[in-house]
Design a protein around this ligand. Structure first.
Ligand SMILES: Cc1cc2nc3c(=O)[nH]c(=O)nc-3n(C[C@H](O)[C@H](O)[C@H](O)COP(=O)(O)OP(=O)(O)OC[C@H]3O[C@@H](n4cnc5c(N)ncnc54)[C@H](O)[C@@H]3O)c2cc1C
Length: 442
């Protein structure tokens, strides 16, 4: 009899891992603490909850996360297949209706005959031969402590972020304009145009706003790609205008000019009732968010569906503690999947869930799973976890900087052309992995 695999955490990685095990004929017990207990960022009872943005980021192959998604599509990932089915318009990004996305994944997992679901909080690493820990950046404390005891290393903490969400009907449409960056005509984003004077006044408000103090156990160590707006504002008066408020590629149709700065709002739901202030993660207090963000043009009466916040992130020092197949060196048979393993992002977490599900399915049969080539986006993520400098290890979004360079190609190739070649090499090289791990239908 094949052993049953225990998966802890039904987030993006845990659902993908459980699904890939089950479709390969392995019985799974999936533990999820919701709705008995919610982390500080989760609120839906369903599985695979997107806790912040509803975007799975860029869809184009020119962007490494677009390539990662295309690879997942070809590998038949449950998360990607569901994202494609529940997408909402978002320019060049793949964004989803978060409730429908979570509901469809939950229904698929619940309906699979090989998956037993246990809605329980797990406080100790389960004593089973094969275990997948996929409890995410906000792993409940008792389990995190147990893992820490096993590893004997210190956790690193930094802050990930939630941007505020506002109701569309509370925005002043006479001031905002609709457009996607660089595209002609009406786009998917609502844009808030700032004159230089308005922008500098706003930056001053952000700088002086009251923020939530850190807890005693938290160190203010930010992930560079996800800085709070007040931190950016403090770095210099124009830093925001080069970051989340960059106006490039946007022209206000009322003035026919590029504004000095632009804040972008992206649809959160299919019907477009609520909008997310893109990149506006913040540690400002709720009352300050209301006051300061309402000083933005067209936001004077904004009603907030959700305020922004910043949260703890839990992850291990992957190059030190993980074996190449994502098992813990300290305890073979115990796999880490998702953000806790040291990647950053929804898509990356789900991709690790896929690889761990496949690896564990092979291991249950006494086999070693093949590896995706390092030239693929999946392989590049694995290389980061294995080869990054352990002294400065930080979770990473997938990016073309992680890929091996192109052989025999002129150095001076322009970036879009280079990325295009990296993507086509990756998709070609993925094929061998796809065939080797494909589900064998009896
Ligand atoms: C506040 C915040 C905002 C983020 N915003 C974004 C974003 O906008 N875009 C992006 O790409 N990434 C974002 N991330 C990063 C990250 O990619 C996501 O958190 C992603 O959901 C991680 O996937 P995961 O499967 O590893 O964990 P999760 O999706 O968090 O899933 C973990 C699951 O395990 C459960 N669980 C935890 N502990 C236990 C336990 N002891 N017993 C049983 N169940 C347990 C949880 O309830 C949860 O359902 C954000 C992270 C945080 C913390």
């Amino acid at each position: 009899m094949k052993p049953r695999v225990v998966v802890v955490g039904a987030g993006l990685a845990g659902c993908e891992a459980a699904w890939q095990l089950a479709v390969r004929g392995v019985d799974v017990t999936l533990f999820e603490m919701k709705p008995l207990q919610f982390s500080p960022a989760h609120s839906l009872p369903e599985f695979a909850e997107l806790v912040c943005s509803n975007s799975l980021r860029g869809a184009s192959l020119n962007n490494a996360v677009g390539l990662l998604k295309e690879e997942m599509r070809r590998l038949d990932s449950l998360i990607l297949r569901t994202a494609d089915r529940t997408q909402v318009p978002a320019g060049n990004a793949l964004a989803v209706d978060r409730k429908q996305f979570a509901a469809e994944i939950t229904a698929a997992i619940e309906a699979h005959p090989r998956i037993e679901i246990r809605r329980e909080k797990v406080d100790r690493i389960p004593d089973a031969e094969f275990v997948v820990l996929a409890t995410g950046p906000l792993t409940a404390p008792a389990l995190a402590e147990d893992l820490q005891k096993l590893l004997g290393v210190e956790y690193l903490y930094f802050y990930d972020s939630i941007a505020p969400i506002v109701y569309a009907e509370s925005l002043d449409e006479h001031i905002l304009f609709r457009a996607s960056r660089w595209s002609d005509g009406e786009g998917d984003y609502l844009n808030i145009p700032f004159t230089e004077e308005q922008y500098l006044a706003f930056v001053e408000e952000v700088r002086n706003a009251e923020t939530v103090p850190f807890h005693s156990f938290e160190k203010p160590q930010y992930f560079e790609g996800c800085l709070p707006i007040e931190e950016l504002a403090r770095r210099g008066p124009w830093t925001l205008a080069f970051g989340p408020m960059k106006p490039v590629g946007l022209v206000d149709p009322r003035t026919d000019k590029r504004p000095a700065a632009v804040a972008q709002l992206r649809k959160e739901d299919r019907r477009g009732e609520i909008y997310n202030l893109v990149g506006f993660q913040t540690k400002m207090t709720w009352s300050e968010q209301k006051r300061v963000l309402r000083t933005m043009p067209g936001m004077q009466n904004a009603v907030f569906a959700r305020f922004g916040s910043m949260h703890r992130n839990t992850y291990v020092n992957a190059p030190t503690v993980l074996a190449p197949d994502l098992q813990l060196r300290a305890r073979p048979g115990l796999y880490l999947a998702g953000q806790i393993a040291g990647v950053e992002g929804y898509v990356e977490s789900a991709a690790l869930g896929f690889m761990v599900g496949v690896n564990a399915a092979f291991a249950v049969r006494g086999q070693v799973a093949p590896e995706p080539a390092s030239t693929t986006a999946h392989g590049a993520l694995r290389s980061h976890l294995r080869d990054a400098d352990p002294r400065h290890f930080q979770p990473m979004n997938v990016n073309y900087g992680l890929f091996p360079t192109l052989d025999g190609v002129r150095m001076k190739l322009k970036k879009p052309e280079k990325n295009e070649r990296l993507a086509s090499r990756a998709l070609e090289d993925l094929e061998a992995y796809r065939r080797a791990v494909a589900v064998q239908h009896e």
